[in-house]
Design a protein around this ligand. Structure first.
Ligand SMILES: [Zn+2]
Length: 60
């Protein structure tokens, strides 16, 4: 795993916040942190909801 910011080495680390434990990538070089959730967003992109405009005019 390479850091997208500086290309440094990243380490998989687990963090604990209160009672929640989560894991993510931590750059040893610049300290960039990447959560799995962020990764998913970067890969698949933010979910964009298309507005539906399916109104049809009725003649008569
Ligand atoms: Zn980095």
């Amino acid at each position: 795993m390479k850091c997208p910011k500086c290309g440094g080495k990243m380490m998989w680390e687990r963090y604990q916040e209160m009672t929640d434990i989560f894991a993510g990538w931590h750059c040893l070089n610049c300290g960039e942190m990447i959560d799995p959730e962020i990764m998913v967003n970067r890969i698949f992109g933010p979910v964009e909801r298309k507005k539906r405009r399916g109104r049809k005019r009725k003649n008569g």
